[in-house]
Design a protein around this ligand. Structure first.
Ligand code: URA
Length: 209
């Protein structure tokens, strides 16, 4: 599907299997979530522009490359996005972080905002929204609505696992926003959970189940 990148790297797929496994304990789940996010970050930043820079190695001067263009801001959707944001910061430690708190109304499954704190210059940055589970798409759509209202242009969305319906909903609402994920599952149950999925990503990350 256009605008959707499924990251099929063997390390990503191996780590996703660990995350799906119900016997993976909390500490390991959190660590693997972070590692997987680092690998996904590598993919979502693959096309960042570079510019030439003159440096000297211990042996000779050369024209090397450095990242050019917009500075990055990662936007984890609270709370499940936090471990993913940590993994992305492992790769891009100079990035800023904007926090967006959304909870899912259990009756309507709609996203309700309760917190938003972003760098003042967010509209001038390359924004990467991170949330491990793209299920109904409601949270992702609300997050992107909020960020665009704050002036953000050309944001990107990264998740660990998506439901086909969530991908379709997000692409319909925000066709300009490309999506990266490690896998797409076909089933979304009546409670808005991805099946087979990996369960509740927030509970499994923080041990609150
Ligand atoms: N959020 C989760 O944590 N898991 C799902 O399966 C769907 C939404």
């Amino acid at each position: 599907m256009e605008g959707l990148t499924i990251v099929r790297h063997p390390l990503v797929q191996h780590k996703l299997s660990l995350l799906r496994d119900r016997s993976t304990p909390t500490q390991m789940f959190r660590a693997v979530m972070r590692e997987t996010a680092t690998l996904l970050c590598y993919e979502v930043t693959r096309d960042l522009p570079t510019r030439p820079v003159r440096i000297e190695t211990p042996l000779a001067p050369i024209e090397a490359a450095e990242i050019a263009g917009k500075k990055l801001v990662f936007v984890p959707i609270l709370r499940a996005g936090l471990a993913m944001a940590e993994g992305m910061l492992d790769l891009v430690p100079a990035a800023r972080v904007a926090h967006l708190g959304l909870y899912r109304d259990p009756a309507t499954l709609q996203a309700v905002e309760y917190y938003f704190k972003a760098p003042e210059d967010i509209a001038a940055r390359l924004v990467i929204v991170v949330d491990p589970m793209l299920a109904t798409g409601h949270s992702a759509i609300a997050a992107l609505d909020r960020l665009k209202a704050a002036g953000v242009t050309a944001p990107r969305f990264v998740c660990l696992l998506a439901a086909r319906a969530g991908v379709e909903a997000l692409r319909a609402a925000h066709p300009d926003v490309p999506i990266w994920t490690a896998a797409v599952d076909e089933v979304l149950n009546d409670h808005g959970y991805i099946v087979p999925g990996l369960g509740d990503a927030g509970d499994r990350t923080f041990g609150t189940r």
